[in-house]
Ligand binder design. Sequence first.
Ligand code: DGJ
Length: 697
Amino acid sequence: MPIFEIDGKLWLLETKHQAYAIGFTEKGFLVNTYWGERLDNIRNYPLPRDHFASDSFDSEFETLPEEFPVLNGMKFVEPCLITRFFDGTRDLELDFEKFELDPQANFLRIYLSDSVYHFRVVLNFRVYEHEDIIEKWIEIENMDGVNDAIVKRIFSGNFCLGGEHDYRIIHTWGKWFNEMNISDDSLIHGKVVLESRRLTTSHHHNPSVIFYPNKICESHGEAYAISLGWSGNWKLVAEKNSLEKTRVTVGINDWDFELVLKPQQTFQTPPIYFSWTDQGIRAISHTFHNFIQSHLLPHPNKPRKVLYNSWEATFFNVNLVEQKKLAEMAAGVGVELFVVDDGWFHGRNSDQAGLGDWWHDAKKFPNGLQPLSDFVHQLGMDFGLWIEPEMVNPDSNLYRLHPDWVLHFDKRKQTLARNQCILNMAIPGVQEYLFEKIASLIEDNDIQFIKWDMNRNVSEPGWDREDGGSSCEIWVRYVEGVYSLWQRLAMAFPRVLWQTCSGGGGRIDTGIFRYADQAWLSDNTDPLKRIFIQEGYSLFYPALTMESWVTESGYENTPLDFRFLVSMSGVLGIGSNLLHWSDTEMKIAKKWIHVYKEHREIIQFGRQYRLISPRESEVSAIAYQNDDCSKGVLFVYNRKMESESQTVIIYPLMLERNKVYQFDGLENRQSGADWMQNGVPLVLSGFSALFVPYNML
Ligand code: DGJ
């Protein structure tokens, strides 16, 4: 059983490899006594212990590994919860109330409450035993019958990393057009803060991070991975204090945040998913790839189709005639899903106008979108459409009708970005309008795929609430509004697949993947850059979700084969204007799409191995292999421009040692042990890429 309870005082949460233990000390503090390798005997797990102050300037809280520290006492560590009660009291005193354990659902709830101010905190844990993931989140409840409680901060949780180690943190950072750079930094004495204040997850930092003590590499080393399932403002604080204790708190950002809990009201935080391994970074990636696929994605088992997207081909200049021509060309090379990007809706000829008016532009599509959709379907492809529901241009019918629907402060000027304002997704009328418009589009045009974009960051986050609540709740209620609209649409149209996009990778996290099936990682489609972006993405997010288009972008001499092989390592798409491609280019496209379809099962659903990182060498390699190790594919990229050929040796991983394998293009048939020991010799010319399928004989 993955959750044990011992005398109502200690709870042990075990997955296949990890364990997490929490319990009450004699003094009644709930502490996390252990997070690490699953032990053979439950008696070996550390029991809760009280700590003591080292001097009068510190208290026990400096070292006490509290599971959910709240603001109280002589405490200087980051609290996860800060409240203010009606009489000005800001300390919370929580006592154990009860616990509930549901062994069938692997679900534990521990209730704590403040009996003076009638405030309850419920700690929730769910164990995904086989996936090696534990999920935790918090619920709070104002049980007072009369008074409001003000919540200034409510994080989803806290982690106390064991030992007296110098921990390091691996995370991805970037900006628009340059997302998912991997960094690996030491924690300083003091605090490292990663966050978004931009209303969405952001291009700048990603809320899925790895902490590790000592050393780590792809295949070895201890790692603690934490991922926040939230697509709005978030904050992660990693503190190494002067007593060498490292703590990590994570949750909704408390910057400009305030929540008013009315009598009897509750609030639930977003979840944190976490996992421990001693098998290095790859094990963390595999754990999260598997978990995201099997527990978050709406369509976990549906092979993703080869798609065509019109954006880089025609930008805003989409019309029935040209899109039909493109669709014909796309179908001719084997594309399975044709997606019309920005530019198809009322008044949209540039980024100056139209957002909000979600019906076809009558000049571009005189009889609506249906003739195009029918044409695409007749060609045997699915039909997809781009939308940016959360946005409105001042030059639109919607804005003229509802200027009050946008985020704004009445007496302040409004900052436009890309000529657009942000609709307040917390307003039910906004959600209703968008549901009705998007639902009609899907129904009327038989749509199978929606790309949901979001192209600016926030300004003037005002909200005139009719119920008198705090306008600072906007940071939470906006995201809840997006989730709830998406959920409603997903329920109404269960067969539609969705893509998350925010000017590329501005909204990628384990929260959005409960709604989106795949993601657009970056507007940067230069394959030389994309190799790095895709590597950063792969730390947590699976290839099944990684949409990647072949375009003309970047260095113009990048061979088309190279471009295809970069995009084929995820969900293959084409973004080029096919009307400009030569016969030779069309043949190349046809060939690779055919090859991709033959092998996509392994790429999309297999295990990914980062064999040589592009950060380490100009020749990089990745492999995908199925679970029983009988089949795999290698992608090798040589970014060196010199033209002479060279032999590179690629060492595959996880072959069955005693079975014989053959790699396409090589005559020898050797045992897995032999290939893994001596490597696969491949001849690679300058600035080229190879795709090498292999299989067990
Ligand atoms: C930003 C997206 O990332 C692009 O792919 C494209 O959809 C544009 N928006 C359209 O405005």
